[in-house]
Design a protein around this ligand. Structure first.
Ligand code: HEM
Length: 180
């Protein structure tokens, strides 16, 4: 992705995604709501809650990974992808105190986030939104779309990532699951 894409997730009574469940993995959950609307732009408060982020340039991806992602990652909005997950995540002060090369080493060389994640493409479509610099309650809003037959595989990946060294730096994580 080359153009930054500011986006607001609005939870309330409107939107094409029905919220199936909201569960805390670490830290405080988010208030309940019926639907989720994904809107372009950084919008003000409305509905039950809003989360804002900007999808833009990757920070850690290396050339070979970027090429692999470019070859196999599917677009968002596929007709068959009627399941989605919005997983907002905040990492600890200890993570942000590390230098870029140390963070990359934990994320990929030791936790294999990208290599493992790539195995689940093209079943899972994904987009990463950065929120930290906006002063939001989460550092990242992670968004995934998949067909019902890949729900189990997605669950397996989520559990795998949560067992890694990288995740020892996650201090708040909420799992929001959606259906179209
Ligand atoms: C579906 C397969 C997945 C692939 C291919 C994948 C790939 C990636 C890549 C390439 C990055 C680095 C972006 C950069 O360079 O800035 C990244 C970051 C991230 N991913 Fe994933 N990922 C996957 C699944 C997941 C899942 C299931 C979660 C959450 C449960 C997740 C959470 C994150 C977070 C929070 C970051 C930001 C890490 C940071 O900058 O500290 N990813 N992912």
């Amino acid at each position: 992705m080359t153009t930054p894409l500011p986006t607001t997730f609005v939870a309330g009574d409107e939107g094409s995604w029905i919220i199936e469940r909201i569960a805390s993995v670490s830290g405080a959950a988010l208030p309940p709501a019926a639907r989720l609307d994904v809107r372009e732009g950084l919008l003000g408060p409305s509905g039950a809650w809003v989360l804002r982020g900007v999808a833009g340039h990757p920070r850690y991806v290396q050339r070979a990974e970027q090429d692999a992602l470019g070859r196999i990652q599917p677009p968002l909005g596929r007709a068959e992808a009627t399941r989605a997950a919005l997983i907002p995540i905040r990492k600890s002060a200890a993570w942000w105190a590390l230098a870029q090369d140390e963070r990359r080493a934990i994320l990929e060389e030791r936790s294999h986030h990208i290599a493992e994640g790539l195995k689940y493409l093209p079943a899972i479509a994904r987009r990463l939104y950065q929120s930290r610099e906006l002063g939001e309650p989460f550092d990242f809003l992670t968004w995934f779309e998949y067909a019902p037959e890949h729900a189990e595989a997605f669950e397996e990946l989520v559990l795998l990532l949560r067992s890694t060294e990288e995740w020892t730096y996650v201090e708040r994580e909420v799992d929001v699951r959606l259906v179209k």
